[in-house]
Design a protein around this ligand. Structure first.
Ligand code: HEM
Length: 154
């Protein structure tokens, strides 16, 4: 009899919750907070930006850890046994992983303070839109992976 593997369900839940908060947060910041904050006076705008940066850095950092941990578990414990020898699955997973790494990197640079990346922070709107687009491609790849038939049923 096929039984539900609860550890896999919980780890998948963690992965999806991490994705919802990280991608939803990026969307909210880019298309709701940024345009609204532009209506504020310069000093109020700056104070709001600093306060959001501090809090979002913590939330985003936690999401990155959850996505990485749960994603690696999902891949090693669930996907590899189910898709052994299936080149297409693992190639698409590789693309998803690299794009996710770029999303993590750009997101961290935007909330970071390193002077090297100041030009990126000065064009934050453009980089956030680009990062959001990449994150949506990552989600599209995840949906595709889900529907590649397993070689060995889980
Ligand atoms: C921007 C970062 C990421 C986002 C937004 C994201 C999003 C998602 C979503 C929405 C799913 C679908 C879950 C389901 O259908 O049950 C998924 C599945 C998955 N993710 Fe991620 N993910 C990200 C990063 C990662 C990383 C870094 C890894 C690996 C280390 C990873 C590994 C996986 C695996 C193995 C699956 C299962 C694919 C399948 O159904 O065969 N993800 N991801």
């Amino acid at each position: 009899m096929n039984e539900i593997v609860w550890s896999s369900v919980i780890v998948r839940w963690v992965h999806i919750v991490g994705a919802v908060i990280a991608v939803g947060g990026l969307f909210f910041l880019r298309f709701v907070v940024m345009p609204s904050a532009k209506t504020l006076a310069d000093d109020a705008h700056e104070a709001l930006r600093a306060a959001i940066r501090r809090r979002w850095a913590m939330v985003y950092g936690l999401c990155v850890l959850l996505l990485l941990g749960s994603g690696l578990f999902n891949y090693m414990a669930v996907s590899v046994p189910q898709h052994r020898g299936q080149g297409l699955y693992h190639a698409l997973f590789g693309v998803k992983f690299v794009l996710a790494a770029i999303v993590f990197f750009v997101g961290s640079v935007l909330v970071g303070r390193s002077p090297t990346f100041e030009p990126i922070r000065r064009a934050a709107g453009t980089w956030m839109s680009l990062n959001l687009l990449l994150a949506l491609i990552v989600v599209a790849l995840a949906c595709t992976l889900k529907f590649i038939p397993a070689v060995t049923p889980g």
